[in-house]
Design a protein around this ligand. Structure first.
Ligand code: GDP
Ligand code: MG
Length: 163
């Protein structure tokens, strides 16, 4: 079976953008589930001749008021359940937010490997913006840029260690 990478993070960090970078032009499938407006987006990617599946867990939207936190919890639970590797995505422009800390708490409880990806590092001058993310406790943050396609290979390499 293909190893499964799940992308987890608060809304707007760039999960869907990176998901699309990771699957190239491979088709993604939307799956519905009771109580969930839009479930997971699955895609298939390939890196160094090895295929992997990737899940954009950010597709999960629960109905109701102020459901962002609960949605993130459901995302993290699904990722922890299904993934071989979890990509925890944060945003270099925003820095660490309370919602990121919530996600970190949820991921700490899993015994799945977590790769910390710092998105929106759009140019080399921004490299030093990754350092604050060490404090999340998931080791070396990997700088990436979804909009510029930077660091995707490094991210996949870090994931592939756990395949
Ligand atoms: P999601 O909610 O985590 O799935 O985030 P999206 O992929 O929808 O992206 C949220 C916003 O961030 C969009 O406006 C994207 O265009 C923008 N974005 C995504 N990746 C990057 C990036 O690498 N750099 C910058 N500057 N913006 C980005
Ligand atoms: Mg999204």
């Amino acid at each position: 079976a293909r190893p499964i990478i799940a992308i987890v993070g608060r809304p707007n960090v760039g999960k869907s953008t990176i998901f699309n970078r990771m699957i190239g032009d491979r088709l993604a499938i939307v799956e519905d589930r009771p109580g969930v407006t839009r479930d997971r987006l699955y895609g298939i990617g390939e890196w160094l001749d090895k295929e992997y599946s990737v899940i954009d867990t950010g597709g999960i939207e629960l109905d109701g008021d102020n459901e962002i936190l609960r949605s993130m919890r459901v995302q993290a639970e699904l990722a922890i359940e299904e993934a071989d590797v979890i990509v925890f995505m944060v945003d270099a422009k925003a820095g660490i937010t309370p919602a990121d800390e919530e996600v970190a708490q949820l991921l700490f409880r899993s015994n799945k490997p977590v790769v910390l990806a710092v998105n929106k590092v759009d140019n080399f001058k921004r490299q030093d913006e990754i350092y604050e993310f060490y404090s999340l406790g998931f080791g070396d943050p990997i700088p990436i840029s979804g909009s510029h396609g930077i660091g995707i290979g490094d991210l996949l390499e870090a994931c592939a260690v756990h395949f």
